[in-house]
Design a protein. Sequence first.
Length: 146
Amino acid sequence: MGKEEPGQKAITTNRKAFFNYEVLDRLEAGISLVGTEVKSIREGGLNFRDSYIEFRGGELFLVGCRIGPYSHGNLLNHAEGRERKLLLHKREGFTIIPLRAYLKNGRVKVEIGLARGKQTHDKRETLKRKDIERETRQAVRSRRDG
């Protein structure tokens, strides 16, 4: 996953993206938000579950991303599931998926990935590799403690 750089504060990560897709390239995109959305995101109200990037009329949109209502909002609070325009330069790709969101210099940024869907056997291989790494860490930890 993307490493945090100085001046960045992680908000959320799309862990399922790394399970379901092979991420080939990463890009940083700005995101068009209204004031209550920014405040809600700062409170941790962002969820990438079932979200994706859609290309329409030469522009990219973040679809299906949920930003909960701002806790101190009023009747003018934002629509929770509205589509949000991504601010990015043109680029070709296979599938573009949101990977993580973070604050950078006070602005909300979304890391998106150019990805190719994994086959079932690739997903199984990923799970096996994770299990082996976890077992190795546990063995090392128990040997160190024991």
